[in-house]
Design a protein around this ligand. Structure first.
Ligand code: SF4
Ligand code: SF4
Length: 485
C-alpha cells in the first residue's frame, strides 16, 4: 500500500528531527519501547466526515438497542437463542434443522466481508462495528463531556488528586459501568429474547441465577472493553485487522496520505509563500501532526496503510481543516487507492473484485432460494423403537411410527397425513387429530395399516404426505415392514 514517506520530519521550530522511518513497524503505536501500554488521548474529531459518521452511528445505535424489542409477525427482528436453539432473522424463525441456510448465510457474510475489505479496507471497523460505534460515538463522547478534550484529559490525569478530579473520575466510571450494563442487557436480549429478559429483570433474582451471572459477566466484559481495552480490542483481539492485509491490494480504497503531494513535509513558516515552499521542494504537509492527534488508534497515517487503521476518517477531517487554514486543496489525506496516489488512476473494478462479486451474487441467490422455498414444517417419521409389525384380525399388516413435527410458522397448524404411493390407512394415535402450536415441536404416534397384497417386499418404501388445510407441506419417506416373502 502507500509507501511511508522518506523525508525528515521537523518540529515546530523547523528543526529537522532524525527519524527512524521503520520504527513504527517495530512496536505498536499504543505501546512504548518497553512494551508498556501508552494511553491514548485522541483529540475530539470534527468535520464533514465525522458528521456523516455520527449520523450513521446514531442510526446503527437506534437499530442496535431497539432491535430486540421489534416484532415482525410476532417474532423478534433478530434472536440468536443458542441455549434453546431458536433463531429469528427479520421475523423468520429458523431451527437447527435449517442448518444449510445458516451455513449459506455464513458464507454470504464471509464473502461479503472479503469483497468489502478488498474494495474499502477496514471501513466496516470504523463505521459499522458495534465496538467502535459504541466506543467512539458514545463512551468517548461522554469522556469528552466529563473530562474535556485531549489536552484537558492529559492535564487531569497529570494533576494531583483533589475533590474535582475524584468527582470526574468516579462519575465517569459510574456512567461507563451503567452504560455497559445497558449494552450487556441488550446483548442478552438478542440471546434469550426480550420477554425472557424482562422476566429476569422483574422476577425474584434467585429464580434466574444463571442468567444473572451472564448479565454480570457481559457487563464486566463491556466495561473492561470500553473503559480500559478500547483500541487494544481492535488490534489484539479482533482478527479482522490481520485478515485485511491478506485481501488489500493496490486498488483498495483506504484512508491514505498522498505522500506525492505531501512530501517533503515541513512546518509552515510565517511569511513563507506557497511559491517559496514549492521552490524549496516542500510539500503540502505542514507537519502539524493533527492527523496523529485525532487518531483513536494512535497511528501516523503518513507512514502508510497500517493494520491498526480502522478507516474512521478522523484524520481526513483534521487534515482538511489544516489545508483550509493554510490555503491548500483538501484531500491530502483522503479515501484513495495506492494506484490512485502513485499514478493518478481512478478507482478500478478489478478482475478479483468481479470474481468475488459473482461468488457473492451466487451465494445470495442460493440463500434467497433456500429461505423462500423453506418448508413451513420439519417432519421426522421413524418406526417406533423395538416394534416390528402386527397382523389384524382382518389380515391387514400394521406398523407403528413416531412422528415429530416442527412448526416453523407463526400460526397453529392442524396436520393431516396421507399415504401417497400405496393404498392403506394412516391414523394418528389418540383422538385422531393432530395440530402443532406455532413455533413449537410436537410428537405423536402414527399407525399405518396396509393390505398384505400391496406389500411387495419385506420392507416397502412409503411416502407420507403431511398436509395442513388440504395443502401439502412436506412429503417424508419411511419403511414399512411386513411378513417375509
Ligand atoms: S494533518 Fe495534514 S498537514 Fe498536518 S501533519 Fe497530518 S498530513 Fe500533514
Ligand atoms: S489513521 Fe485516520 S482513519 Fe485510520 S484510524 Fe487513524 S484517524 Fe482513523
Amino acid at each position: 500500500m502507500t509507501e511511508p514517506c522518506k523525508t525528515p520530519d521537523e518540529d515546530k521550530r523547523g528543526v529537522a528531527q532524525k527519524i527512524d522511518w521503520e520504527d513504527f513497524r517495530d512496536h505498536l503505536a499504543t505501546a512504548d519501547q518497553q512494551g508498556n501500554r501508552r494511553w491514548l488521548y485522541p483529540k475530539k474529531p470534527a468535520g464533514r466526515w465525522h458528521n456523516r459518521r455520527a449520523w450513521f452511528a446514531s442510526l446503527l445505535i437506534i437499530i442496535m438497542f431497539v432491535g430486540p424489542w421489534v416484532r415482525i409477525h410476532g417474532n423478534p427482528l433478530l434472536l440468536i437463542n443458542i441455549l434453546e436453539r431458536r433463531f429469528s432473522i427479520l421475523g423468520q424463525i429458523f431451527w437447527p434443522q435449517d442448518l444449510v441456510i445458516f451455513a449459506v448465510a455464513m458464507l454470504v457474510f464471509i464473502t461479503g466481508i472479503i469483497i468489502f475489505t478488498t474494495a474499502f479496507g477496514r471501513l466496516w471497523c470504523g463505521w459499522a462495528c458495534p465496538q467502535t460505534v459504541m466506543m467512539e460515538m458514545v463512551f468517548r463522547k461522554i469522556e469528552y463531556l466529563i473530562e474535556g478534550d485531549s489536552h484537558d484529559q492529559r492535564a487531569l490525569n497529570a494533576a494531583p488528586w483533589n475533590a474535582a478530579k475524584v468527582f470526574k473520575k468516579v462519575f465517569k466510571q459510574v456512567v461507563f459501568f451503567g452504560l455497559s450494563f445497558i449494552v450487556a442487557n441488550t446483548l442478552l436480549a438478542y440471546i434469550i429474547g426480550s420477554e425472557q429478559l424482562l422476566t429476569i429483570q422483574l422476577d425474584d433474582p434467585r429464580n434466574h441465577l444463571s442468567s444473572l451471572w451472564l448479565m454480570i459477566l457481559f457487563t464486566l466484559l463491556f466495561y473492561a472493553i470500553f473503559a480500559r481495552f478500547r483500541e487494544q480490542a481492535c488490534t489484539f483481539i479482533c482478527p479482522y485487522g490481520r485478515f485485511q492485509s491478506a485481501v488489500l491490494d493496490e486498488n483498495s480504497m483506504v484512508v491514505a496520505y498522498d505522500y506525492k503531494r505531501g512530501e517533503k513535509r515541513t512546518p509552515l513558516h510565517r511569511d513563507q509563500s506557497q511559491e517559496q515552499r514549492t521552490a524549496a521542494g516542500e510539500g503540502d504537509c505542514v507537519a502539524c501532526r493533527q492527523c496523529v492527534a485525532v487518531c483513536p488508534t494512535g497511528i501516523d497515517i503518513r507512514n502508510g496503510t497500517q493494520m491498526e487503521c480502522v478507516n474512521c476518517t478522523a484524520c481526513i477531517d483534521a487534515c482538511d481543516s489544516v489545508m483550509d487554514k493554510v490555503g491548500r486543496l483538501r484531500g491530502l489525506i483522503r479515501f484513495a487507492s495506492q494506484n490512485n496516489i502513485e499514478r493518478g488512476e481512478p478507482q478500478r473494478f478489478t478482475a478479483r473484485m468481479k470474481l468475488y462479486l459473482s461468488v457473492l451474487a451466487a451465494l445470495i441467490s442460493l440463500f434467497l432460494f433456500l429461505v423462500f422455498t423453506r418448508a413451513e414444517i420439519g417432519t421426522t417419521f421413524l418406526r417406533a423403537p423395538g416394534s416390528l409389525f402386527q397382523q389384524t384380525a382382518g389380515g391387514k399388516i400394521q406398523n407403528l411410527y413416531t412422528m415429530k413435527i416442527i412448526n416453523k410458522t407463526s400460526r397453529e397448524l392442524p396436520v393431516e397425513l396421507r399415504l401417497e404411493n400405496i393404498p392403506g390407512t394412516i391414523r394418528v394415535m389418540g383422538n385422531g387429530t393432530f395440530s402443532v402450536a406455532k413455533e413449537k415441536i410436537s410428537q405423536t404416534s402414527v399407525l399405518i395399516e396396509i393390505d398384505p397384497a400391496d406389500i411387495k417386499a419385506n420392507s416397502t418404501k412409503l411416502k407420507v404426505g403431511v398436509y395442513s388445510n388440504n395443502k401439502l407441506l412436506e412429503t417424508v419417506t419411511t419403511g414399512f415392514v411386513g411378513p417375509r416373502r
